[in-house]
Design a protein. Structure first.
Length: 329
């Protein structure tokens, strides 16, 4: 069986001979002389380059220490593992061409997904460059693909009412009202406990992206349905929302999504309704009702006002009303 060096010589010789006639044995002898001062090791198909594995591990550890959520770090790891399965090189040897080759190898991938994958690679190699582990960032010259900017989906007021009226259980109604009134992310609601809710001020503190805390608020309607749900519970679990069956425990994020989906189906809403759609609805309806952009930015936990601006899409009636109200004549 050929060792790694012999295999490499055979492959190089075969490649050269496909381009031009050569004396095969002479070329092999010459290549053997060149490679005798090098240690050649073959990377197996299912094996990642050890240097790349090590640097990915360091990167993920750094991001964890920076306070990124477990979900974000896990997402980084998944994307970087996929990359490491294709490009088997030491990080300092990776070129822009390698990155393009990897992206080109992705089959049937949407441009938005391609952009997300490139974003992870830019974050990884940018970190390596900033830590002076590599001399240059091979992703720096690669532009993020342009994608169509889709507006966040939001329910109309009548659709929100249809959702409310289609709730079959007290718990479903509590889900809908709390998610909508607070404008929170699914992960933020999922981790709340009963004691976190201040019934007097109708508020709570949630931990958002980057482990940042912020205050969010409930409406009278949301508080009413939440109290109704808590009053009919027969368990001693600390979680704000729990499973319907014993042993009672904190409900999973997937289960909350499924409950919202059931309500939307019962309401006959054709488009997809998720906890995040309720967050979009909170932002859109409150902005349309005259709320200040900076206030909504704080309530949503956005670090940039540009992110919040995506929700600032008002109806034609609202545009007409604002034109009449503020036009100087």
């Amino acid at each position: 069986m050929k060792n790694a060096g012999e295999l490499l010589i055979s492959k190089i010789t075969s490649f050269i001979s496909s381009l031009t006639p050569i004396a095969v044995e002479e070329v092999k002898t010459s290549l053997s002389q060149i490679l005798k001062d090098f240690h050649v090791e073959k990377v197996e198909i299912d094996e990642k380059h050890p240097d790349l594995e090590e640097k990915i591990s360091l990167f993920l550890t750094s991001k964890t220490l920076e306070g990124l959520s477990k979900g974000t770090v896990k997402g980084y790891k998944q994307e970087l593992d996929l990359y490491a399965n294709v490009i088997k090189k030491r990080v300092k040897d990776v070129t822009s061409s390698d990155i393009r080759l990897y992206l080109a190898s992705l089959q049937n991938v949407k441009m938005s997904t391609m952009g997300k994958k490139l974003s992870v690679l830019k974050s990884f190699f940018g970190w390596l460059a900033s830590e002076e582990i590599i001399d240059r960032d091979p992703t720096k010259k690669i532009k993020t693909p342009k994608t169509e900017k889709l507006l966040p989906k939001a329910l109309k007021i009548e659709e929100l009412e249809m959702l409310r009226e289609s709730c079959k259980t007290v718990r479903q109604r509590a889900f809908i009202e709390v998610l909508y009134a607070s404008g929170t992310r699914l992960s933020e609601i999922h981790q709340l406990n009963i004691d976190d809710i201040n019934m007097q001020s109708m508020s709570t503190t949630v931990v958002g992206k980057g482990s940042k805390e912020r205050s969010v608020f409930l409406s009278f309607k949301a508080l009413y349905h939440l109290k109704k749900y808590l009053k009919q519970r027969k368990d001693d679990c600390e979680a704000l929302f729990v499973t319907e069956r014993k042993p009672y425990r904190r409900i999973s994020k997937r289960a909350i999504q499924d409950e919202v989906k059931k309500v939307a189906k019962a309401a006959g809403l054709s488009h997809k309704v998720t906890p995040h759609v309720l967050r979009h609805t909170f932002a859109t309806l409150t902005l349309n009702n005259g709320a200040e952009l900076v206030a909504i930015q704080e309530l949503l936990g956005h670090s940039s006002a540009d992110t919040t601006l995506r929700y600032a899409r008002i109806t034609e009636d609202r545009k007409r009303e604002q034109h009449k109200k503020y036009l100087v004549i």
